[in-house]
Design a protein around this ligand. Structure first.
Ligand code: NAI
Length: 330
């Protein structure tokens, strides 16, 4: 298949070409996929897209017009795809449902450890020849209560790690799963907000979970709660969280995702002004750590993403539809 890879970076090129057995012909575009760039797909059989590409109705229409047979998402989430439009235009979407739950879970833990022990501040102090400890006081994770919101592949993996620290793990999910019950207990969401010292979000972004963390849910939390989000930015109402950081209701915030990240993350803007005032305010807090959607970014995860993407392309080309990880088929 001739495949146009959008939002591509050198590491995508490396891993996709390594996984390709010479069967598919890739062309790599740095541009994001959206209604303006979709015409670039003309002449290709498939497009390969990522988390911040915008597959809205107009982009989907244009891809269909370009005779695209498959949209191969090289990620798990598909909140950026207009599935209704895909169904109407009979455009087929595949994805990589699982690549490394460890990568994301371990990054969530990295954010917790960094925030708790103020590693980001301590490193700067030492560089300044400042070895004072004032303001760096942490707490033992042992014995603390960790609330896991969403107990799928990543949530369970995260829960196991936190159990290993000696934490009590509680969880909420509309669908309970036995693997989680071996590590901790399920509670209603309101109880999770009330009891947790640390809350980590591992649910998908769907209409029901948009702004799951808002002034109401934050109000039910313990004062000084640590909040971690490695899932999708819009799970959190950022403005509400900023108010809660100012009041001390949220004591620590660790983010790998941000609701307006699409025009920010994955690029180098170090020579430009930061124009997003909400984000600019967020990163001024000493008790906030933000990484730019890198939780997935391990060697193992990139190899797995490339392998499943190639398998999806092979499956479609060979007519072996049961071997394709579909998002939605008509
Ligand atoms: P999964 O599909 O295995 O698990 C998601 C779980 O969330 C399911 O058990 C589901 O029932 C639950 N859920 C749905 N609605 C909920 C609600 N209202 N409250 C609580 N739980 C709810 O997904 P997986 O693989 O564990 O991924 C979780 C999320 O992590 C993805 O949706 C994606 O947004 C994010 N992710 C982030 C990455 C990063 O690099 N930062 C990389 C990969 C995934």
């Amino acid at each position: 298949m001739k495949v146009a890879v959008f939002s591509s970076k050198p590491y995508d090129k490396l891993h996709l070409e390594n996984a390709n057995d010479g069967r598919h012909e890739f062309e790599f575009f740095e541009a994001h996929m959206n209604a303006q760039t979709a015409p670039l797909a003309a002449g290709f059989d498939a497009v390969c897209c990522f988390v911040n590409d915008t597959l809205d109705r107009e982009a989907v229409r244009q891809l269909k017009e370009a005779n695209i047979k498959l949209v191969a998402m090289r990620c798990a989430g598909f909140n950026n795809v207009d599935l209704k439009a895909c169904e109407e235009y009979d455009l087929h979407i595949a994805r990589v449902p699982e690549y490394s739950p460890f990568a994301v879970a371990e990054h969530a833990v990295a954010l917790i450890l960094d925030l708790n022990r103020n590693i980001h501040r301590a490193v700067n102090r030492v560089k300044e020849n400042d070895y004072s400890l004032n303001g760096l006081l942490g707490f033992d994770l042992h014995g603390k209560t960790v609330g896991v919101v969403g107990t799928g592949k990543i949530g369970v993996c995260f829960a196991r790690i936190m159990k290993g620290f000696g934490c009590e793990v509680i969880a909420s999910d509309p669908y309970e799963n036995d693997a989680m019950k071996e590590v901790g207990s399920y509670v209603e969401a309101h109880e999770l907000w009330q009891r947790s010292d640390i809350i980590s979000l591992h649910c998908p972004l769907i209409p029901q979970t948009k702004h799951l963390i808002n002034s109401n849910t934050i109000g039910q939390m313990k004062k000084g709660t640590m909040l971690i989000n490695t899932s999708r930015g819009a799970l959190i109402d950022t403005r509400a969280v900023i108010e809660a950081l100012k009041s001390g209701q949220i004591g620590y915030l660790g983010l790998d995702v941000y609701e307006e990240e699409a025009n920010l993350f994955f690029e180098d803007y170090s020579n430009d002004m930061l124009l997003d005032d909400v984000f600019a305010r967020l990163i001024t807090f000493p008790n906030v750590v933000v990484t730019g959607h890198q939780a997935f970014f391990t060697r193992e995860a990139l190899s797995a993403i490339a392998n499943v993407t190639i398998a999806n392309l092979n499956g479609v080309e060979d007519g072996k539809e049961d071997q394709v990880q579909w998002v939605k088929r008509k």
